[in-house]
Design a protein around this ligand. Structure first.
Ligand SMILES: Cc1ncc(C[n+]2csc(CCOP(=O)(O)OP(=O)(O)O)c2C)c(N)n1
Length: 346
Protein backbone atom coordinates (compact mmCIF):
# COMPACT_ATOMS: atom_id res chain seq x y z
CA UNK A 1 0.00 0.00 0.00
CA UNK A 2 1.27 3.45 -0.80
CA UNK A 3 2.28 5.41 2.26
CA UNK A 4 -0.45 7.97 2.82
CA UNK A 5 -3.16 8.98 5.22
CA UNK A 6 -6.17 7.22 3.76
CA UNK A 7 -8.67 8.83 6.10
CA UNK A 8 -7.31 12.30 5.42
CA UNK A 9 -7.98 11.82 1.72
CA UNK A 10 -11.48 10.54 2.13
CA UNK A 11 -12.85 12.51 5.05
CA UNK A 12 -13.50 9.19 6.83
CA UNK A 13 -14.67 10.04 10.38
CA UNK A 14 -12.66 8.89 13.36
CA UNK A 15 -14.50 5.95 14.86
CA UNK A 16 -13.53 4.13 18.01
CA UNK A 17 -15.77 1.20 17.23
CA UNK A 18 -15.30 -2.37 16.20
CA UNK A 19 -14.73 -3.50 12.63
CA UNK A 20 -18.47 -3.70 12.05
CA UNK A 21 -19.23 -0.17 13.13
CA UNK A 22 -16.22 1.21 11.26
CA UNK A 23 -17.42 -0.64 8.15
CA UNK A 24 -20.63 1.37 8.02
CA UNK A 25 -18.69 4.49 7.15
CA UNK A 26 -15.67 3.04 5.39
CA UNK A 27 -15.17 4.30 1.84
CA UNK A 28 -14.65 1.55 -0.72
CA UNK A 29 -11.21 2.75 -1.74
CA UNK A 30 -9.94 2.36 1.82
CA UNK A 31 -11.32 -1.15 2.14
CA UNK A 32 -9.74 -1.98 -1.22
CA UNK A 33 -6.34 -0.69 -0.10
CA UNK A 34 -6.57 -2.52 3.22
CA UNK A 35 -7.45 -5.77 1.46
CA UNK A 36 -4.68 -5.39 -1.11
CA UNK A 37 -2.22 -4.71 1.71
CA UNK A 38 -3.09 -7.87 3.67
CA UNK A 39 -3.10 -9.99 0.52
CA UNK A 40 0.25 -8.58 -0.67
CA UNK A 41 1.89 -9.22 2.69
CA UNK A 42 0.47 -12.75 2.89
CA UNK A 43 1.52 -13.77 -0.60
CA UNK A 44 4.97 -12.19 -0.28
CA UNK A 45 5.69 -14.14 2.88
CA UNK A 46 4.21 -17.37 1.55
CA UNK A 47 6.38 -17.02 -1.54
CA UNK A 48 9.47 -16.37 0.55
CA UNK A 49 8.61 -19.35 2.77
CA UNK A 50 8.30 -21.62 -0.26
CA UNK A 51 11.67 -20.47 -1.61
CA UNK A 52 13.48 -20.64 1.71
CA UNK A 53 14.35 -24.37 1.49
CA UNK A 54 16.41 -23.63 -1.66
CA UNK A 55 19.02 -22.43 0.88
CA UNK A 56 19.72 -19.28 -1.08
CA UNK A 57 18.42 -16.99 1.67
CA UNK A 58 21.08 -17.21 4.33
CA UNK A 59 19.21 -15.31 7.01
CA UNK A 60 16.90 -16.54 9.75
CA UNK A 61 13.32 -15.46 9.03
CA UNK A 62 10.44 -14.84 11.42
CA UNK A 63 7.31 -14.94 9.29
CA UNK A 64 4.22 -12.98 10.31
CA UNK A 65 1.80 -15.10 8.27
CA UNK A 66 -1.54 -14.88 10.09
CA UNK A 67 -0.75 -11.47 11.59
CA UNK A 68 -1.12 -9.31 8.47
CA UNK A 69 -4.15 -7.31 9.59
CA UNK A 70 -2.27 -5.57 12.40
CA UNK A 71 0.42 -4.16 10.10
CA UNK A 72 -2.02 -3.23 7.33
CA UNK A 73 -4.61 -1.69 9.67
CA UNK A 74 -2.15 0.41 11.66
CA UNK A 75 0.01 1.56 8.74
CA UNK A 76 -3.06 2.25 6.57
CA UNK A 77 -4.16 4.88 9.10
CA UNK A 78 -0.82 6.67 9.53
CA UNK A 79 0.16 9.95 7.96
CA UNK A 80 3.15 10.43 5.67
CA UNK A 81 5.27 12.07 8.38
CA UNK A 82 4.77 9.43 11.05
CA UNK A 83 7.55 6.95 11.71
CA UNK A 84 7.46 3.21 12.31
CA UNK A 85 9.82 0.95 14.27
CA UNK A 86 9.57 -2.82 14.22
CA UNK A 87 11.09 -5.95 15.69
CA UNK A 88 12.24 -9.38 14.48
CA UNK A 89 8.86 -10.22 12.86
CA UNK A 90 9.07 -7.18 10.63
CA UNK A 91 8.30 -8.00 6.97
CA UNK A 92 4.61 -7.15 7.52
CA UNK A 93 5.28 -3.71 8.95
CA UNK A 94 7.92 -2.85 6.36
CA UNK A 95 5.60 -3.72 3.46
CA UNK A 96 2.53 -2.11 5.02
CA UNK A 97 4.48 1.10 5.49
CA UNK A 98 5.37 1.17 1.81
CA UNK A 99 8.87 -0.36 1.86
CA UNK A 100 9.88 -1.63 -1.58
CA UNK A 101 9.20 -5.27 -2.35
CA UNK A 102 12.54 -5.70 -4.11
CA UNK A 103 14.22 -4.08 -1.10
CA UNK A 104 12.72 -6.78 1.15
CA UNK A 105 13.31 -9.79 -1.08
CA UNK A 106 16.85 -8.79 -2.09
CA UNK A 107 17.67 -8.17 1.57
CA UNK A 108 16.75 -11.75 2.41
CA UNK A 109 18.92 -12.93 -0.49
CA UNK A 110 21.82 -10.80 0.86
CA UNK A 111 22.04 -8.77 -2.34
CA UNK A 112 23.06 -5.18 -3.02
CA UNK A 113 19.47 -4.18 -3.92
CA UNK A 114 18.32 -5.14 -0.43
CA UNK A 115 16.97 -2.29 1.68
CA UNK A 116 20.08 -2.58 3.89
CA UNK A 117 22.29 -3.49 0.91
CA UNK A 118 22.17 -7.14 1.89
CA UNK A 119 23.88 -6.52 5.23
CA UNK A 120 20.92 -6.67 7.59
CA UNK A 121 18.99 -9.76 6.61
CA UNK A 122 15.37 -10.41 7.47
CA UNK A 123 15.43 -8.81 10.92
CA UNK A 124 17.18 -5.53 10.10
CA UNK A 125 14.98 -3.85 7.52
CA UNK A 126 14.85 -0.14 6.85
CA UNK A 127 13.04 2.18 4.48
CA UNK A 128 13.73 5.69 5.73
CA UNK A 129 12.08 7.24 2.67
CA UNK A 130 8.72 5.72 3.57
CA UNK A 131 9.00 6.32 7.30
CA UNK A 132 9.95 2.77 8.29
CA UNK A 133 12.98 3.69 10.37
CA UNK A 134 14.31 0.28 11.34
CA UNK A 135 13.63 -3.12 12.83
CA UNK A 136 15.80 -4.82 15.42
CA UNK A 137 16.08 -8.34 16.77
CA UNK A 138 16.84 -7.11 20.30
CA UNK A 139 13.49 -7.28 22.06
CA UNK A 140 12.33 -3.87 23.25
CA UNK A 141 15.17 -1.89 21.72
CA UNK A 142 12.96 -0.16 19.20
CA UNK A 143 10.34 0.68 21.85
CA UNK A 144 12.95 2.92 23.47
CA UNK A 145 13.99 4.33 20.08
CA UNK A 146 10.39 5.12 19.12
CA UNK A 147 9.89 6.82 22.49
CA UNK A 148 12.94 8.95 21.70
CA UNK A 149 11.48 9.90 18.31
CA UNK A 150 8.21 10.83 20.02
CA UNK A 151 10.12 13.08 22.42
CA UNK A 152 11.81 14.80 19.46
CA UNK A 153 8.42 15.33 17.77
CA UNK A 154 7.01 16.84 20.94
CA UNK A 155 10.00 19.16 21.40
CA UNK A 156 9.71 20.19 17.75
CA UNK A 157 5.99 20.89 18.28
CA UNK A 158 5.08 18.84 15.23
CA UNK A 159 2.00 16.56 15.15
CA UNK A 160 4.04 13.54 14.05
CA UNK A 161 3.59 10.20 15.77
CA UNK A 162 6.09 7.39 16.40
CA UNK A 163 4.77 3.82 16.20
CA UNK A 164 6.44 0.75 17.60
CA UNK A 165 5.36 -2.84 16.91
CA UNK A 166 6.34 -5.69 19.25
CA UNK A 167 5.13 -9.04 20.53
CA UNK A 168 3.46 -9.59 23.91
CA UNK A 169 6.60 -11.25 25.32
CA UNK A 170 8.39 -7.97 24.80
CA UNK A 171 6.12 -6.61 27.53
CA UNK A 172 8.25 -8.83 29.80
CA UNK A 173 11.34 -6.68 29.09
CA UNK A 174 12.27 -3.90 31.50
CA UNK A 175 12.74 -1.42 28.68
CA UNK A 176 9.04 -1.66 27.87
CA UNK A 177 8.11 -0.32 31.34
CA UNK A 178 10.84 2.32 31.39
CA UNK A 179 9.71 3.62 27.99
CA UNK A 180 6.03 3.43 28.94
CA UNK A 181 6.59 5.36 32.16
CA UNK A 182 8.66 8.05 30.45
CA UNK A 183 6.12 8.37 27.64
CA UNK A 184 3.29 8.59 30.19
CA UNK A 185 5.01 11.26 32.29
CA UNK A 186 5.84 13.36 29.22
CA UNK A 187 2.57 12.60 27.36
CA UNK A 188 4.57 11.58 24.32
CA UNK A 189 2.99 10.84 20.92
CA UNK A 190 4.02 7.18 20.79
CA UNK A 191 1.68 4.41 19.64
CA UNK A 192 2.63 1.08 21.20
CA UNK A 193 1.27 -1.76 19.08
CA UNK A 194 1.49 -5.12 20.83
CA UNK A 195 0.81 -8.13 18.60
CA UNK A 196 -0.35 -10.67 21.16
CA UNK A 197 0.14 -14.02 19.41
CA UNK A 198 0.14 -15.87 22.76
CA UNK A 199 3.64 -17.38 22.45
CA UNK A 200 7.23 -16.35 23.10
CA UNK A 201 9.18 -18.69 20.83
CA UNK A 202 7.69 -21.96 22.18
CA UNK A 203 6.50 -20.75 25.61
CA UNK A 204 2.79 -20.01 26.02
CA UNK A 205 1.57 -17.11 28.11
CA UNK A 206 0.47 -19.52 30.84
CA UNK A 207 4.07 -20.37 31.82
CA UNK A 208 5.26 -16.76 31.63
CA UNK A 209 2.56 -14.69 33.32
CA UNK A 210 0.34 -15.21 36.38
CA UNK A 211 -3.12 -16.58 35.54
CA UNK A 212 -5.55 -13.80 34.75
CA UNK A 213 -2.89 -11.34 33.60
CA UNK A 214 -4.44 -8.55 31.58
CA UNK A 215 -1.87 -6.53 29.69
CA UNK A 216 -4.18 -3.59 29.09
CA UNK A 217 -4.98 -3.37 32.78
CA UNK A 218 -1.28 -3.40 33.56
CA UNK A 219 -0.61 -0.62 31.09
CA UNK A 220 -3.51 1.44 32.45
CA UNK A 221 -1.74 1.44 35.81
CA UNK A 222 0.70 3.85 34.10
CA UNK A 223 -2.25 6.13 33.26
CA UNK A 224 -1.87 5.21 29.61
CA UNK A 225 -4.84 4.52 27.31
CA UNK A 226 -4.90 0.80 26.50
CA UNK A 227 -7.36 -1.09 24.32
CA UNK A 228 -7.69 -4.68 23.14
CA UNK A 229 -8.49 -5.12 19.45
CA UNK A 230 -9.33 -8.09 17.22
CA UNK A 231 -5.96 -8.22 15.47
CA UNK A 232 -7.32 -10.41 12.66
CA UNK A 233 -9.86 -7.78 11.62
CA UNK A 234 -8.05 -5.22 9.49
CA UNK A 235 -10.97 -2.79 9.59
CA UNK A 236 -11.17 -2.89 13.39
CA UNK A 237 -7.42 -2.29 13.67
CA UNK A 238 -7.66 0.57 11.20
CA UNK A 239 -10.55 2.21 13.09
CA UNK A 240 -8.86 1.88 16.48
CA UNK A 241 -5.65 3.32 15.08
CA UNK A 242 -7.44 6.37 13.71
CA UNK A 243 -8.94 7.00 17.15
CA UNK A 244 -5.52 6.55 18.76
CA UNK A 245 -3.89 8.97 16.31
CA UNK A 246 -6.49 11.56 17.16
CA UNK A 247 -5.51 11.33 20.84
CA UNK A 248 -1.79 11.25 20.09
CA UNK A 249 -1.87 14.29 17.82
CA UNK A 250 -3.93 16.20 20.40
CA UNK A 251 -1.04 15.80 22.86
CA UNK A 252 -3.00 13.54 25.19
CA UNK A 253 -0.22 11.02 25.63
CA UNK A 254 0.69 7.52 24.53
CA UNK A 255 -1.71 4.78 23.43
CA UNK A 256 -1.24 1.02 23.80
CA UNK A 257 -3.14 -1.28 21.42
CA UNK A 258 -3.16 -4.98 22.25
CA UNK A 259 -3.98 -6.72 18.97
CA UNK A 260 -5.01 -10.35 19.51
CA UNK A 261 -3.66 -12.51 16.70
CA UNK A 262 -1.74 -15.71 15.96
CA UNK A 263 1.32 -16.70 13.95
CA UNK A 264 0.72 -19.69 11.72
CA UNK A 265 4.28 -20.86 11.15
CA UNK A 266 7.07 -21.82 13.55
CA UNK A 267 8.72 -19.05 15.57
CA UNK A 268 11.69 -18.86 13.25
CA UNK A 269 11.71 -20.53 9.86
CA UNK A 270 9.25 -21.31 7.08
CA UNK A 271 7.58 -24.47 8.40
CA UNK A 272 4.38 -25.23 10.22
CA UNK A 273 5.20 -26.48 13.73
CA UNK A 274 3.45 -29.81 13.41
CA UNK A 275 5.26 -30.51 10.12
CA UNK A 276 8.56 -29.68 11.78
CA UNK A 277 7.75 -32.14 14.58
CA UNK A 278 7.15 -29.49 17.23
CA UNK A 279 4.44 -30.15 19.78
CA UNK A 280 4.42 -27.06 22.03
CA UNK A 281 1.03 -26.07 20.61
CA UNK A 282 -1.91 -28.02 19.26
CA UNK A 283 -2.73 -28.30 15.59
CA UNK A 284 -6.39 -27.81 16.64
CA UNK A 285 -5.48 -24.41 18.10
CA UNK A 286 -3.79 -23.42 14.84
CA UNK A 287 -6.82 -24.60 12.88
CA UNK A 288 -9.12 -22.45 14.99
CA UNK A 289 -7.02 -19.39 14.25
CA UNK A 290 -6.72 -20.28 10.57
CA UNK A 291 -10.52 -20.20 10.44
CA UNK A 292 -10.22 -16.56 11.46
CA UNK A 293 -7.78 -15.84 8.64
CA UNK A 294 -7.35 -12.05 8.28
CA UNK A 295 -7.01 -12.27 4.50
CA UNK A 296 -10.18 -14.32 4.03
CA UNK A 297 -12.08 -12.03 6.39
CA UNK A 298 -10.97 -8.90 4.55
CA UNK A 299 -11.80 -10.53 1.22
CA UNK A 300 -15.31 -11.37 2.43
CA UNK A 301 -15.81 -7.72 3.40
CA UNK A 302 -14.66 -6.54 -0.02
CA UNK A 303 -17.04 -8.89 -1.81
CA UNK A 304 -19.89 -7.99 0.59
CA UNK A 305 -19.28 -4.32 -0.18
CA UNK A 306 -20.18 -5.01 -3.80
CA UNK A 307 -16.79 -5.39 -5.49
CA UNK A 308 -16.96 -8.04 -8.18
CA UNK A 309 -15.02 -11.28 -7.83
CA UNK A 310 -13.25 -10.69 -11.15
CA UNK A 311 -11.98 -7.31 -9.99
CA UNK A 312 -10.59 -8.81 -6.80
CA UNK A 313 -8.93 -11.57 -8.82
CA UNK A 314 -7.31 -8.98 -11.10
CA UNK A 315 -5.78 -7.16 -8.09
CA UNK A 316 -4.55 -10.47 -6.73
CA UNK A 317 -3.01 -11.45 -10.03
CA UNK A 318 -1.23 -8.08 -10.35
CA UNK A 319 0.20 -8.56 -6.85
CA UNK A 320 1.38 -12.10 -7.68
CA UNK A 321 3.17 -10.71 -10.77
CA UNK A 322 4.76 -7.98 -8.69
CA UNK A 323 6.08 -10.58 -6.24
CA UNK A 324 7.47 -12.84 -8.97
CA UNK A 325 9.18 -9.85 -10.61
CA UNK A 326 10.75 -8.88 -7.28
CA UNK A 327 12.02 -12.42 -6.67
CA UNK A 328 13.59 -12.62 -10.14
CA UNK A 329 15.22 -9.20 -9.72
CA UNK A 330 16.49 -10.10 -6.25
CA UNK A 331 18.04 -13.35 -7.46
CA UNK A 332 19.70 -11.41 -10.30
CA UNK A 333 20.99 -8.64 -8.06
CA UNK A 334 24.76 -8.64 -7.37
CA UNK A 335 26.30 -9.52 -4.03
CA UNK A 336 27.87 -6.64 -2.11
CA UNK A 337 31.58 -6.40 -2.97
CA UNK A 338 34.00 -7.92 -0.49
CA UNK A 339 35.98 -4.67 -0.29
CA UNK A 340 32.87 -3.01 1.26
CA UNK A 341 32.79 -5.53 4.12
CA UNK A 342 33.81 -3.02 6.76
CA UNK A 343 31.74 -0.10 5.44
CA UNK A 344 29.05 1.33 7.68
CA UNK A 345 30.39 -0.35 10.80
CA UNK A 346 30.48 1.84 13.89
C1 LIG B 1 16.56 -8.87 24.74
C2 LIG B 1 16.24 -10.18 24.06
N1 LIG B 1 15.98 -11.27 24.82
C3 LIG B 1 15.71 -12.46 24.22
C4 LIG B 1 15.73 -12.56 22.85
C5 LIG B 1 15.43 -13.91 22.19
N2 LIG B 1 14.11 -13.89 21.55
C6 LIG B 1 13.98 -13.62 20.24
S1 LIG B 1 12.38 -13.61 19.75
C7 LIG B 1 11.83 -14.01 21.29
C8 LIG B 1 10.36 -14.17 21.57
C9 LIG B 1 9.63 -12.90 21.33
O1 LIG B 1 8.27 -13.06 21.56
P1 LIG B 1 7.30 -11.86 21.29
O2 LIG B 1 7.92 -10.58 21.74
O3 LIG B 1 5.98 -12.19 21.86
O4 LIG B 1 7.23 -11.77 19.70
P2 LIG B 1 6.80 -12.92 18.69
O5 LIG B 1 8.05 -13.68 18.35
O6 LIG B 1 5.78 -13.76 19.36
O7 LIG B 1 6.27 -12.19 17.51
C10 LIG B 1 12.90 -14.14 22.17
C11 LIG B 1 12.76 -14.49 23.61
C12 LIG B 1 16.03 -11.40 22.10
N3 LIG B 1 16.05 -11.40 20.78
N4 LIG B 1 16.27 -10.22 22.73
Amino acid sequence: MAKRALHAQSGFPIDKGTGDSVMKELPGEILRDLYRAVFRIRRTEETLASLYPEQEMRTPTHFGIGQEAVAAGVCGALGDDDVVYSHHRCHNHYLARGGSLLGLVAELYGRIDGCANGRGGSVHLTSRETGFVVSSAILGQTIAAATGSALAFQLDKTPRVAVTFFGEATCEEGVFYESLNFAAVRRLPVLLVCENNLYSTESPLSVRQPAGTDLCERVRAFKVTAERVDGNDVVAVYGRTLAALDQLRAGEGPVFLECMTYRWREHVGPNFDHEAGRSYRDKAELDRWMDRCPVKRARALIVASGTGESEVLSWESAIEDEIQTAVAAAKGSPWPETRTLFDNIY
